[in-house]
Design a protein around this ligand. Structure first.
Ligand code: HEC
Ligand code: HEC
Ligand code: HEC
Ligand code: HEC
Length: 143
Protein backbone atom coordinates (compact mmCIF):
# COMPACT_ATOMS: atom_id res chain seq x y z
CA UNK A 1 0.00 0.00 0.00
CA UNK A 2 1.26 3.44 -0.95
CA UNK A 3 1.48 6.19 1.64
CA UNK A 4 -0.56 9.37 1.33
CA UNK A 5 2.67 11.29 0.74
CA UNK A 6 3.71 9.23 -2.27
CA UNK A 7 0.21 9.45 -3.78
CA UNK A 8 0.42 13.21 -3.38
CA UNK A 9 3.79 13.16 -5.11
CA UNK A 10 2.38 11.18 -8.04
CA UNK A 11 -0.56 13.59 -8.35
CA UNK A 12 1.81 16.56 -8.29
CA UNK A 13 3.93 14.97 -11.04
CA UNK A 14 0.91 14.18 -13.24
CA UNK A 15 -0.54 17.68 -12.83
CA UNK A 16 2.90 19.16 -13.48
CA UNK A 17 3.29 17.17 -16.69
CA UNK A 18 -0.19 18.18 -17.87
CA UNK A 19 0.61 21.86 -17.24
CA UNK A 20 3.97 21.42 -18.97
CA UNK A 21 2.28 20.02 -22.10
CA UNK A 22 -0.24 22.89 -22.12
CA UNK A 23 2.61 25.40 -21.88
CA UNK A 24 4.41 23.82 -24.87
CA UNK A 25 1.22 24.01 -26.98
CA UNK A 26 0.64 27.63 -26.03
CA UNK A 27 4.16 28.50 -27.23
CA UNK A 28 3.55 26.88 -30.60
CA UNK A 29 0.20 28.16 -31.93
CA UNK A 30 -1.03 27.26 -35.43
CA UNK A 31 -0.14 29.91 -37.96
CA UNK A 32 -0.10 30.22 -41.74
CA UNK A 33 2.63 27.98 -43.20
CA UNK A 34 5.56 30.02 -44.56
CA UNK A 35 6.41 27.44 -47.23
CA UNK A 36 4.03 26.43 -50.06
CA UNK A 37 1.77 23.49 -49.22
CA UNK A 38 0.28 20.83 -51.48
CA UNK A 39 -3.49 20.51 -51.63
CA UNK A 40 -3.38 16.84 -52.35
CA UNK A 41 -6.48 15.42 -54.05
CA UNK A 42 -6.66 13.66 -57.41
CA UNK A 43 -5.33 16.80 -59.08
CA UNK A 44 -2.75 18.27 -56.68
CA UNK A 45 -2.23 22.01 -56.40
CA UNK A 46 0.60 24.05 -54.90
CA UNK A 47 -0.71 26.75 -52.63
CA UNK A 48 1.47 29.48 -51.15
CA UNK A 49 0.06 31.33 -48.13
CA UNK A 50 2.80 33.97 -48.39
CA UNK A 51 1.71 35.05 -51.91
CA UNK A 52 -1.84 35.51 -50.66
CA UNK A 53 -0.89 37.23 -47.41
CA UNK A 54 1.11 39.78 -49.41
CA UNK A 55 -2.18 40.71 -51.09
CA UNK A 56 -3.48 41.62 -47.63
CA UNK A 57 -6.07 38.82 -47.57
CA UNK A 58 -7.49 37.81 -44.20
CA UNK A 59 -7.50 34.16 -43.15
CA UNK A 60 -11.31 34.38 -43.32
CA UNK A 61 -11.17 34.78 -47.10
CA UNK A 62 -10.67 31.00 -47.16
CA UNK A 63 -11.04 29.61 -43.62
CA UNK A 64 -14.36 29.27 -41.80
CA UNK A 65 -15.81 27.01 -39.14
CA UNK A 66 -18.71 24.54 -39.12
CA UNK A 67 -21.23 27.41 -38.91
CA UNK A 68 -19.51 29.15 -41.84
CA UNK A 69 -18.28 31.80 -39.41
CA UNK A 70 -15.04 33.37 -40.67
CA UNK A 71 -11.87 32.27 -38.86
CA UNK A 72 -9.41 34.92 -37.74
CA UNK A 73 -5.67 34.40 -37.19
CA UNK A 74 -6.32 34.44 -33.40
CA UNK A 75 -9.04 31.84 -33.78
CA UNK A 76 -6.72 29.59 -35.83
CA UNK A 77 -3.87 30.07 -33.36
CA UNK A 78 -6.10 28.70 -30.59
CA UNK A 79 -6.82 25.44 -32.45
CA UNK A 80 -5.01 22.33 -31.27
CA UNK A 81 -5.15 20.49 -34.59
CA UNK A 82 -4.92 21.68 -38.20
CA UNK A 83 -7.27 18.91 -39.32
CA UNK A 84 -10.30 21.14 -38.67
CA UNK A 85 -8.86 23.56 -41.26
CA UNK A 86 -8.72 20.92 -44.01
CA UNK A 87 -11.57 21.79 -46.37
CA UNK A 88 -12.53 18.14 -46.95
CA UNK A 89 -12.96 17.54 -43.22
CA UNK A 90 -16.38 19.16 -43.79
CA UNK A 91 -16.79 19.30 -47.56
CA UNK A 92 -17.16 15.61 -48.28
CA UNK A 93 -20.00 13.25 -49.22
CA UNK A 94 -21.61 13.75 -45.81
CA UNK A 95 -21.85 17.55 -46.06
CA UNK A 96 -25.44 18.85 -45.55
CA UNK A 97 -25.56 20.94 -48.74
CA UNK A 98 -25.15 18.50 -51.67
CA UNK A 99 -23.75 21.30 -53.87
CA UNK A 100 -20.75 21.74 -51.58
CA UNK A 101 -19.58 18.14 -51.24
CA UNK A 102 -17.29 17.87 -54.17
CA UNK A 103 -13.65 19.06 -54.04
CA UNK A 104 -13.69 20.53 -57.52
CA UNK A 105 -16.77 22.69 -56.84
CA UNK A 106 -15.64 23.88 -53.43
CA UNK A 107 -12.02 24.70 -54.31
CA UNK A 108 -12.89 26.24 -57.64
CA UNK A 109 -15.55 28.43 -56.01
CA UNK A 110 -12.95 29.70 -53.56
CA UNK A 111 -9.76 29.83 -55.65
CA UNK A 112 -10.85 30.38 -59.23
CA UNK A 113 -13.61 32.89 -58.61
CA UNK A 114 -11.27 35.20 -56.78
CA UNK A 115 -8.57 34.75 -59.43
CA UNK A 116 -11.10 35.81 -62.07
CA UNK A 117 -12.30 38.83 -60.06
CA UNK A 118 -8.87 39.83 -58.75
CA UNK A 119 -7.75 41.74 -55.65
CA UNK A 120 -6.95 45.45 -55.99
CA UNK A 121 -6.62 45.04 -59.75
CA UNK A 122 -4.31 42.00 -59.45
CA UNK A 123 -5.79 38.88 -61.01
CA UNK A 124 -4.73 35.35 -60.19
CA UNK A 125 -3.95 32.53 -62.65
CA UNK A 126 -7.01 30.76 -64.15
CA UNK A 127 -5.62 28.11 -66.53
CA UNK A 128 -5.84 24.52 -65.29
CA UNK A 129 -2.08 24.03 -65.46
CA UNK A 130 -1.42 27.28 -63.55
CA UNK A 131 -2.77 25.60 -60.43
CA UNK A 132 -2.64 21.87 -61.13
CA UNK A 133 0.84 20.44 -61.13
CA UNK A 134 1.55 16.94 -62.43
CA UNK A 135 3.21 15.88 -59.20
CA UNK A 136 3.34 17.32 -55.74
CA UNK A 137 6.33 19.68 -55.42
CA UNK A 138 7.76 17.56 -52.61
CA UNK A 139 8.06 14.63 -55.01
CA UNK A 140 9.75 16.81 -57.65
CA UNK A 141 12.23 18.15 -55.09
CA UNK A 142 13.05 14.57 -54.12
CA UNK A 143 14.27 13.71 -57.67
C1 HEC B 1 -7.02 28.76 -59.14
C2 HEC B 1 -6.53 27.43 -59.07
C3 HEC B 1 -7.22 26.37 -59.91
C4 HEC B 1 -7.47 26.39 -61.27
C5 HEC B 1 -7.16 27.51 -62.26
C6 HEC B 1 -8.09 25.14 -61.59
N1 HEC B 1 -8.21 24.36 -60.46
FE1 HEC B 1 -8.99 22.49 -60.35
N2 HEC B 1 -8.74 22.48 -58.31
C7 HEC B 1 -8.05 23.45 -57.60
C8 HEC B 1 -7.86 22.99 -56.24
C9 HEC B 1 -7.15 23.76 -55.14
C10 HEC B 1 -8.42 21.70 -56.17
C11 HEC B 1 -8.38 20.73 -54.97
C12 HEC B 1 -7.20 19.77 -55.17
C13 HEC B 1 -7.59 18.36 -55.51
O1 HEC B 1 -8.69 17.93 -55.15
O2 HEC B 1 -6.77 17.63 -56.14
C14 HEC B 1 -8.99 21.42 -57.48
C15 HEC B 1 -9.67 20.25 -57.80
C16 HEC B 1 -10.00 19.88 -59.09
C17 HEC B 1 -10.59 18.61 -59.44
C18 HEC B 1 -11.06 17.53 -58.43
C19 HEC B 1 -9.93 16.59 -58.04
C20 HEC B 1 -10.36 15.66 -56.91
O3 HEC B 1 -9.56 15.43 -55.98
O4 HEC B 1 -11.50 15.19 -56.91
C21 HEC B 1 -10.69 18.58 -60.81
C22 HEC B 1 -11.24 17.42 -61.66
C23 HEC B 1 -10.16 19.83 -61.31
N3 HEC B 1 -9.76 20.60 -60.24
C24 HEC B 1 -10.05 20.17 -62.66
C25 HEC B 1 -9.65 21.41 -63.14
C26 HEC B 1 -9.67 21.80 -64.55
C27 HEC B 1 -10.07 20.87 -65.70
C28 HEC B 1 -9.25 23.10 -64.61
C29 HEC B 1 -9.16 24.01 -65.83
C30 HEC B 1 -10.39 24.13 -66.61
C31 HEC B 1 -8.94 23.52 -63.24
N4 HEC B 1 -9.21 22.47 -62.39
C32 HEC B 1 -8.47 24.77 -62.88
C33 HEC B 1 -7.60 24.66 -58.10
C34 HEC B 1 -7.68 25.08 -59.40
C1 HEC C 1 -6.39 32.35 -50.14
C2 HEC C 1 -6.83 31.29 -49.22
C3 HEC C 1 -6.22 31.18 -47.85
C4 HEC C 1 -5.89 32.21 -46.98
C5 HEC C 1 -6.10 33.71 -47.17
C6 HEC C 1 -5.36 31.57 -45.80
N1 HEC C 1 -5.34 30.20 -45.96
FE1 HEC C 1 -4.64 28.82 -44.64
N2 HEC C 1 -5.04 27.31 -45.96
C7 HEC C 1 -5.68 27.49 -47.17
C8 HEC C 1 -5.85 26.19 -47.79
C9 HEC C 1 -6.51 25.93 -49.12
C10 HEC C 1 -5.30 25.24 -46.91
C11 HEC C 1 -5.23 23.71 -47.12
C12 HEC C 1 -6.57 23.12 -46.80
C13 HEC C 1 -6.69 21.67 -47.19
O1 HEC C 1 -5.66 21.00 -47.38
O2 HEC C 1 -7.83 21.19 -47.30
C14 HEC C 1 -4.79 25.98 -45.76
C15 HEC C 1 -4.16 25.40 -44.65
C16 HEC C 1 -3.79 26.10 -43.52
C17 HEC C 1 -3.18 25.49 -42.35
C18 HEC C 1 -2.86 24.01 -42.20
C19 HEC C 1 -1.52 23.76 -42.84
C20 HEC C 1 -1.18 22.31 -42.93
O3 HEC C 1 -0.11 22.05 -43.53
O4 HEC C 1 -1.93 21.44 -42.47
C21 HEC C 1 -2.97 26.48 -41.43
C22 HEC C 1 -2.34 26.33 -40.05
C23 HEC C 1 -3.46 27.72 -42.03
N3 HEC C 1 -3.93 27.44 -43.30
C24 HEC C 1 -3.44 28.94 -41.41
C25 HEC C 1 -3.83 30.14 -42.00
C26 HEC C 1 -3.79 31.44 -41.33
C27 HEC C 1 -3.37 31.68 -39.89
C28 HEC C 1 -4.22 32.37 -42.24
C29 HEC C 1 -4.34 33.88 -42.08
C30 HEC C 1 -3.16 34.55 -41.58
C31 HEC C 1 -4.51 31.64 -43.50
N4 HEC C 1 -4.27 30.31 -43.30
C32 HEC C 1 -4.93 32.24 -44.68
C33 HEC C 1 -6.08 28.67 -47.73
C34 HEC C 1 -5.88 29.93 -47.20
C1 HEC D 1 -15.64 23.03 -40.15
C2 HEC D 1 -16.33 22.78 -41.40
C3 HEC D 1 -15.84 23.49 -42.64
C4 HEC D 1 -14.54 23.55 -43.10
C5 HEC D 1 -13.29 22.98 -42.50
C6 HEC D 1 -14.60 24.28 -44.35
N1 HEC D 1 -15.88 24.62 -44.65
FE1 HEC D 1 -16.52 25.60 -46.32
N2 HEC D 1 -18.42 25.68 -45.57
C7 HEC D 1 -18.82 25.14 -44.36
C8 HEC D 1 -20.21 25.50 -44.12
C9 HEC D 1 -21.05 25.09 -42.91
C10 HEC D 1 -20.62 26.28 -45.23
C11 HEC D 1 -22.00 26.91 -45.48
C12 HEC D 1 -22.82 25.89 -46.22
C13 HEC D 1 -24.06 26.42 -46.85
O1 HEC D 1 -24.25 27.64 -46.91
O2 HEC D 1 -24.85 25.58 -47.30
C14 HEC D 1 -19.46 26.35 -46.13
C15 HEC D 1 -19.48 27.01 -47.35
C16 HEC D 1 -18.43 27.03 -48.25
C17 HEC D 1 -18.49 27.59 -49.59
C18 HEC D 1 -19.73 28.25 -50.26
C19 HEC D 1 -19.99 29.60 -49.67
C20 HEC D 1 -18.85 30.53 -49.93
O3 HEC D 1 -18.19 30.92 -48.94
O4 HEC D 1 -18.57 30.86 -51.09
C21 HEC D 1 -17.25 27.45 -50.14
C22 HEC D 1 -16.79 27.88 -51.53
C23 HEC D 1 -16.41 26.80 -49.13
N3 HEC D 1 -17.17 26.56 -48.01
C24 HEC D 1 -15.06 26.52 -49.30
C25 HEC D 1 -14.23 26.03 -48.29
C26 HEC D 1 -12.78 25.91 -48.38
C27 HEC D 1 -11.98 26.30 -49.61
C28 HEC D 1 -12.35 25.38 -47.22
C29 HEC D 1 -10.92 25.12 -46.78
C30 HEC D 1 -9.98 26.24 -46.88
C31 HEC D 1 -13.52 25.15 -46.38
N4 HEC D 1 -14.63 25.57 -47.06
C32 HEC D 1 -13.49 24.58 -45.12
C33 HEC D 1 -18.06 24.36 -43.51
C34 HEC D 1 -16.69 24.17 -43.62
C1 HEC E 1 -9.50 36.35 -52.38
C2 HEC E 1 -8.71 36.11 -53.57
C3 HEC E 1 -7.93 34.82 -53.77
C4 HEC E 1 -8.23 33.57 -53.29
C5 HEC E 1 -9.42 33.13 -52.45
C6 HEC E 1 -7.21 32.69 -53.79
N1 HEC E 1 -6.30 33.39 -54.53
FE1 HEC E 1 -4.61 32.62 -55.45
N2 HEC E 1 -4.08 34.48 -56.02
C7 HEC E 1 -4.86 35.62 -55.90
C8 HEC E 1 -4.20 36.72 -56.60
C9 HEC E 1 -4.74 38.14 -56.73
C10 HEC E 1 -3.00 36.21 -57.13
C11 HEC E 1 -1.92 36.96 -57.95
C12 HEC E 1 -0.87 37.45 -56.98
C13 HEC E 1 0.16 38.34 -57.64
O1 HEC E 1 0.14 38.50 -58.86
O2 HEC E 1 0.99 38.85 -56.88
C14 HEC E 1 -2.95 34.79 -56.76
C15 HEC E 1 -1.92 33.92 -57.10
C16 HEC E 1 -1.99 32.54 -57.02
C17 HEC E 1 -1.02 31.62 -57.62
C18 HEC E 1 0.23 32.02 -58.42
C19 HEC E 1 1.33 32.41 -57.50
C20 HEC E 1 1.96 31.18 -56.91
O3 HEC E 1 1.74 30.91 -55.74
O4 HEC E 1 2.65 30.47 -57.64
C21 HEC E 1 -1.47 30.35 -57.33
C22 HEC E 1 -0.84 29.03 -57.76
C23 HEC E 1 -2.68 30.49 -56.55
N3 HEC E 1 -2.96 31.84 -56.38
C24 HEC E 1 -3.43 29.42 -56.06
C25 HEC E 1 -4.59 29.57 -55.29
C26 HEC E 1 -5.35 28.45 -54.76
C27 HEC E 1 -5.02 27.00 -54.97
C28 HEC E 1 -6.39 28.99 -54.04
C29 HEC E 1 -7.49 28.30 -53.30
C30 HEC E 1 -7.09 27.34 -52.28
C31 HEC E 1 -6.29 30.44 -54.15
N4 HEC E 1 -5.18 30.74 -54.91
C32 HEC E 1 -7.17 31.32 -53.55
C33 HEC E 1 -6.04 35.73 -55.22
C34 HEC E 1 -6.70 34.70 -54.55
Amino acid sequence: MKSKASIAAIITTVVGLALGITAVQAEDPLKAPTEPITIDGKKPVQFDHAVHQELGLDCAECHHDGEHTPRTAENIAALSDSEVLQCATCHNEEFANPELRDRKTVFHANCRECHQEGVNGKKGPTKCSDCHVKKARKAIEGC
